[in-house]
Design a protein around this ligand. Structure first.
Ligand SMILES: [Zn+2]
Length: 442
């Protein structure tokens, strides 16, 4: 007999059994394919896969008699969210890189375990781990695979490839020249890298210049060519305008940041480069919350609105908002050229003060630059899945896909703030978080 589960309770029946059946129902369902939410839908999940999606009565008719029914009430069920840019080993607690990297590898693994849980509880069921020191990224993925720690499905780069003294050289994958870069790609693939991350410009690492490219086209091409040889995708960190041009020419698959920065640290939009990006079809992850220091903007706004902001904080907020508007303008101009269907949200969580658990911030900013709520949903699910090569497995709610699902309080096709109200998370058919009252969450 089917048993109706109360809203907040975890379904204990058949937990861990590979072929158990679960019917999940909620008032709304946004499948990530069509741009509107449907009512009165249910899902049949068997094991870790979605078996059927359809009208509630039909699904209940076809479900096996021993299926558990989970009723999510008024929530809207959407595909699990995807964050294509994270740094699990960093705490995002405002410390400088030098301080963060003075932690031991063991502490970085613990930091990563904490961060994975934060992201999962925020409905982020898949991440790319964009580079950690030594074997920390690989260890976290192994720990997840063994079931030692909970976390999103993970694709790891292992260590980012960088030039001598380059951005994130502390991770210990330094390579100069085409031969060394090819060797680095081979070493990383051998160690288990799912994709290759390369630093094509300077960044926040002391001694590097964000507006200056760090590799030639030939060097970047060597990375892309060697990675593709092993059927691995590539992502390049490109803050410098020149590095953006080179990444496109070299055949890199995904461009991070895309800041259009000149060597003098000034940001100047270049329509020619935007056109090249659009023409090449390169994926773009503009890492907007980091770009705008959005967590700090929100914190200061809260303080100002409650009358608690000191004059220095008011000034800081004015400055940040002005800078943010400048960056959003660059983004809008880029969107005049680039296809929205190639843009993915990426949090860059872990760096600076960017704490884990907030892909919703990037979606709010995409909304500010002109994405509709539906486009925000698509970018965080279906389009991100394509960008990271997992479109056959995740990204939409369709039969055959993995049952990675998030329940939101609100309709994300209408209201972008719904992404901030996660009420349940399912990964591979298992309910891994049951909302803010989940007793397993500290
Ligand atoms: Zn990053």
């Amino acid at each position: 007999m089917m048993e109706k589960q109360p809203y907040q309770s975890e379904s204990a029946a058949g937990r861990g059994h590979p072929a158990r059946s679960v019917v999940i129902q909620s008032r709304l369902l946004a499948d990530g394919v069509c741009g509107s939410s449907r009512t009165n839908q249910s899902l049949l999940v068997r094991g870790d896969r979605i078996r059927a999606v359809g009208a509630r009565e039909e699904i209940l008719k076809t479900a096996p008699p021993d299926a558990t029914v989970i009723d999510l009430g008024q929530a809207c069920l959407v595909p699990g969210l995807i964050d294509s840019h994270t740094h699990l080993s960093l705490a995002g607690d405002g410390r400088k890189y030098a301080e963060m990297f003075s932690d031991s590898d063991e502490m970085m693994v613990l930091t990563g375990a904490m961060n994975m849980k934060k992201h999962l509880d925020a409905g982020i069921t898949t991440i790319r781990e964009h580079g950690a020191r030594n074997r920390v990224g690989f260890t976290l993925k192994s720990g997840l695979a063994r079931g030692y720690i909970p976390g999103p499905r993970m694709l790891v780069s292992g260590r980012p490839i960088t030039c001598t003294g380059g951005h994130f050289h502390m991770c210990n994958e330094v390579a100069d020249g085409e031969a060394e870069i090819r060797r680095s790609v081979r070493r990383l693939v051998h160690e288990g890298a799912d994709y290759i991350k390369i630093m094509a410009s300077g960044g926040g690492t002391e001694g590097t210049i964000p507006g200056v490219a760090s590799y030639t086209v030939q060097e970047l091409h060597a990375a892309a060519h060697e990675a593709h040889h092993f059927h691995r995708l590539t992502a390049a960190h490109c803050r410098a305008k020149e590095s953006m041009r080179r990444a496109v020419e070299a055949g890199i698959d995904l461009m991070e940041h895309a800041e259009f920065m000149d060597p003098d640290d000034q940001v100047r939009f270049d329509p020619k480069i935007a056109e090249m990006m659009a023409e090449s079809g390169i994926w773009i992850s503009p890492t907007l919350q980091t770009w705008c220091n959005y967590p700090r903007v929100l914190e200061l706004k809260r303080r100002r609105d409650s009358g608690a902001a000191a004059p220095s904080e008011e000034r800081e907020l004015d400055h940040l908002e002005e800078r943010m508007e400048g960056r959003l303008e660059i983004m809008r101009r880029m969107l005049d050229h680039c296809l929205r269907e190639r843009i993915v949200p990426g949090t860059d969580s872990g760096v600076f003060n960017i704490a884990f658990g907030h892909l919703d911030y990037d979606l709010q900013i995409l909304h500010k630059v002109g994405f509709t709520p539906s486009e925000c949903l698509a970018s965080a699910t279906r389009i991100s899945a394509e960008a990271i090569g997992l479109q056959e497995e995740i990204g939409t709610i369709e039969p055959g896909k993995r049952a990675d699902l998030v329940a939101l309080d609100g309709d994300p096709n209408q209201d972008v703030t719904a992404f901030s109200r996660v009420v349940a998370v399912f990964q591979a058919g298992r309910r891994v978080w049951a909302g803010p009252n989940d007793a397993s969450t500290p």
